[in-house]
Design a protein around this ligand. Structure first.
Ligand SMILES: CC(C)(COP(=O)(O)OP(=O)(O)OC[C@H]1O[C@@H](n2cnc3c(N)ncnc32)[C@H](O)[C@@H]1OP(=O)(O)O)[C@@H](O)C(=O)NCCC(=O)NCCS
Length: 161
């Protein structure tokens, strides 16, 4: 698979065998207040769906730096989860992963890609906007925080044509 922007990292196809490494990275990457990270068991179960695919960003030596989990079914795709290790952000890794996920979803026959993002997740909203995603809906109270608060989910979408 092609590498992007610089030569210090690469994009790879992942599998259920990477679930533990993805879980470990997720524990450092997601805001713990909203329990957005998936456990290794949830990841393995998610990857049992024949439409699901996992893309990884890693160093050339194989250290996991980020991932994107996507599901493509019946002409539509959903980006379920994407995160980059804190020390590797703003280097184009998420952009590269999401672009590769869009290409793979298109290959699998999807015409649109959807995702949910927390309204107050400024970095992620900026990332997806830069990739051409636009808001198509919202779900107030979708995210429940560990302290009892809630946050709205914004549904974003873009055409894959
Ligand atoms: C959101 C996240 C995936 C972005 O990953 P990344 O590899 O740093 O993103 P990129 O380097 O590809 O950023 C591309 C563009 O998105 C925007 N962007 C990314 N992170 C941003 C931030 N924290 N603040 C503002 N803009 C941001 C910028 O326009 C950026 O381009 P630039 O660096 O040239 O200005 C990463 O911050 C992350 O893992 N966050 C925690 C998990 C999460 O929120 N996942 C998304 C919800 S599922």
């Amino acid at each position: 698979m092609a590498t992007a922007r610089d030569q210090s990292w690469q994009l790879l196809q992942g599998s259920a065998a990477d679930a533990t490494a993805v879980e470990k990275l997720s524990a450092t990457a997601f805001d713990p207040a909203f329990r957005e990270a998936w456990s290794a068991q949830q990841l393995v179960r998610g990857l049992e769906d024949p439409g699901a695919f996992l893309l990884l960003a890693s160093t050339m030596e194989g250290e996991l730096l980020g991932f994107a989990l996507t599901r493509a079914t019946a002409g539509e795709a959903e980006l379920l989860l994407c995160a980059i290790a804190p020390g590797w952000r703003r280097r184009g890794l998420a952009s590269g992963l999401v672009a590769a996920a869009m290409a793979e979803a298109r290959n699998r026959g999807a015409r649109r890609l959807y995702l949910e993002v927390r309204e107050n997740n400024v970095g992620a909203r900026s990332l997806y906007e830069s990739l051409g995603f636009r808001p198509v809906g919202s779900r107030p109270g979708y995210y429940k925080s560990v302290t009892g608060g809630t946050a709205t989910a914004i549904t974003l979408s873009r055409s894959l044509d």
